[in-house]
Write a protein that binds this ligand. Structure first.
Ligand code: GDP
Length: 364
C-alpha cells in the first residue's frame, strides 16, 4: 500500500493528528484482514462516496474501502541530519514513505511551547527542508565515493547513477530540494532508486485553532503561497477538532462539522490530498458479496491493475470487462449497463480510468 509520513517540528500537533487519523470511527469500522496498527503506523480508509453508491446499487453485503498508511515520524529537530534528536532513525523512516505530510504550526497558544520561541510556519518548513537537504547531500557524497571504482570499470548502471547523483548534488548545493531536478523518462527508475528524501512529494498540513478551521488564518495563507510556489499540496486542518470528531459516531460528527461551518472532516480532505499528491486513482470491483475500492497509480494498465488484487490476476491476465462509474450509476447497475451496451471488453493495452468498475478474466 501507499505510505505517507507525518513529519514536523516538536509540538506542532503531529501526534494529535495521527491519533485522530487512526482512531476515527470510519477507520475502526472498515475492518481489513491485514490491518496491523503499530504505535506509530496506522491504516486509514480512503473516504469515497462513490463506493457507497455502487454498493447500494449492487446491494453488496460488504463495503471495503481502499486503504492508506500513515506513519507518525517523530523526532525531527534542527540538526537531525547531524544526528541530533532521533536523527538517523528519523531519516531512515522517511526513506520508506511515498510522500511527506509536513505538519506546520499555524496556531498561537502561549501554553504550547514552540521550539524556536516564535510561531512562523514558513521558517519551520525551511528548517525541516534544510535538514532533509543536508541528509541527502551527505548520503550522495558518501555514495559518490563508493561508486568511483565501478564507474571507472565502466559499469553502465554506476555511470548513470553517478550522473544523476551529480545533478542532485548541484541542485542541493544551490539550497534547493532534489525534486526540482528535471529527470528524463529513461532515467526515472534509476532516479527513484536513489531514494533521496527531498524527491518525495510534500503536502503541507496547516494546523490552525478550532475557530479558524473553516477559514484558515494569516499564517496558513503564507503557507498556501509557499506551497503554490513549490508545486506542493496544502490543506488547512485543526488537529484538535479532528481529535474530537474521531471520538464521535458519524451522525454526531456530521452535526459537529456543520456547527463549525465545515463541509467535511479535515481528515477526509487530508487523505484525498495525499491521494492527489501521489497521483493515485481508484477502480472498483462490485458484486453482491462485496464492493471494494482498489488503489492504482494514474496511468496503470489493466494487467498491472489486476495485479493489485492478486499476482495471479496479472500473470494470467486475459481481459477486463469495464463499466465506467457514471454508466454503472446512471443506468442502475451491471446488468442494465450491459444491456445498454456500456460494458466494454478491454485487453492488455487498456489504461484503467479512475472510477472504472472492473471484472478481470484470467488463466489460473
Ligand atoms: P507533536 O509534538 O507535533 O506530536 O505535537 P502534539 O500533537 O503532541 O501537540 C502538542 C501540543 O499542542 C498539545 O498540547 C496539543 O494539545 C496542542 N495542540 C495541537 N494542535 C493544537 C491547535 O490547533 N491549537 C492549540 N491551541 N493547541 C494545539
Amino acid at each position: 500500500g501507499f505510505k505517507v509520513g507525518i513529519v514536523g517540528l516538536p509540538n506542532v500537533g503531529k501526534s494529535t493528528l495521527f491519533n485522530a487519523l487512526t482512531k476515527t470511527a470510519a477507520a475502526q469500522a472498515a475492518n481489513f484482514p491485514f490491518c496491523t496498527i503499530e504505535p506509530n503506523v496506522g491504516e486509514v480508509a480512503v473516504p469515497d462516496a462513490r463506493l457507497d453508491r455502487l454498493a447500494g446499487i449492487a446491494k453488496s453485503k460488504q463495503i471495503i474501502p481502499a486503504r492508506m498508511t500513515f506513519v507518525d515520524i517523530a523526532g525531527l529537530v534542527k540538526g537531525a541530519s547531524k544526528g541530533e534528536g532521533l536523527g538517523n532513525q528519523f531519516l531512515a523512516n522517511i526513506r520508506e514513505v511515498d510522500a511527506i505530510a509536513h505538519v506546520l504550526r499555524c496556531f498561537e497558544d502561549d501554553d504550547v511551547t514552540h521550539v524556536e520561541g516564535r510561531v512562523d510556519p514558513v521558517e519551520d518548513a525551511e528548517t525541516i527542508e534544510t535538514e532533509l537537504m543536508l541528509a541527502d547531500l551527505e548520503s550522495i557524497e558518501k555514495r559518490l565515493q563508493n561508486i568511483v571504482r565501478k564507474v571507472r570499470g565502466g559499469d553502465k548502471e554506476a555511470v548513470q547513477q553517478e550522473r544523476l547523483m551529480k545533478e542532485a548534488k548541484a541542485m542541493l548545493e544551490e539550497g534547493k530540494p532534489a525534486r526540482l531536478v528535471d529527470v528524463d523518462a529513461e532515467d526515472s527508475k534509476a532516479w527513484k532508486g536513489l531514494q533521496l528524501l527531498t524527491t518525495k512529494p510534500v503536502l503541507y498540513v496547516c494546523n490552525v485553532d478550532e475557530g479558524e478551521a473553516a477559514t484558515g488564518n494569516a499564517l496558513s495563507d503564507k503557507v498556501a503561497a509557499m506551497a503554490a510556489e513549490q508545486g506542493a499540496g496544502h490543506v488547512v486542518i485543526s488537529a484538535k477538532i479532528e481529535e474530537e470528531i474521531s471520538q464521535l459516531d458519524p451522525d454526531e460528527a456530521q452535526m459537529f462539522l456543520e456547527e463549525l461551518g465545515l463541509q467535511e472532516a479535515g481528515l477526509d480532505r487530508l487523505i484525498r490530498a495525499g491521494y492527489d499528491l501521489l497521483g493515485l486513482e481508484t477502480y472498483f470491483t462490485v458484486g453482491p458479496k462485496e464492493a471494494r475500492a482498489w488503489t492504482i497509480r494514474r496511468g496503470t494498465m489493466a494487467p498491472q491493475a489486476a495485479g493489485v488484487i492478486h499476482g495471479d490476476f496479472e500473470r494470467g491476465f486475459i481481459r477486463a470487462e469495464t463499466i465506467a462509474y457514471d454508466d454503472f450509476v446512471s443506468l442502475g447497475g451491471e446488468q442494465a449497463a450491459k444491456d445498454a451496451g456500456k460494458m466494454r471488453v478491454e485487453g492488455k493495452g487498456y489504461e484503467v480510468k479512475d472510477g472504472d468498475v472492473l471484472h478481470f478474466l484470467f488463466n489460473a
